[in-house]
Design a protein. Structure first.
Length: 100
């Protein structure tokens, strides 16, 4: 499984990236384990994600979303997460039910 996800800081800075282990990567962001953009700007709130079965499709989607203007990125999650809640605590134990 591959995940394209979007993080936000409390000030609204957005970050889009791809992983094959969403729970682990979110934990790493929250703990600030990697120096860089997300640590510097405290971007660790999961506000949106998509699930893919193959890496190539996920990579294409990641590139597509990264090219979006901010308004279009916000529109991706505005209907399902209008208050920008951190979804990391609500991740299912298994993603099989999400895919069906």
């Amino acid at each position: 499984m591959f995940y394209v996800y979007m993080l936000s800081s409390l000030t609204g800075t957005l970050y889009v990236v791809l992983t094959d282990n969403l729970k682990r990567r979110i934990r790493e962001h929250k703990l600030g384990l990697f120096d860089g953009f997300t640590k510097r700007y405290k971007i660790h709130r999961l506000i949106y994600f998509e699930i893919f079965r193959d890496a190539e499709t996920a990579e294409q989607r990641e590139r597509q979303i990264k090219k979006y203007r901010r308004e279009k990125k916000v529109a991706l999650f505005a209907e399902t997460n209008p208050h920008w809640y951190d979804l990391s605590q609500r991740l299912p134990a298994s993603y099989k039910e999400v895919l069906m």
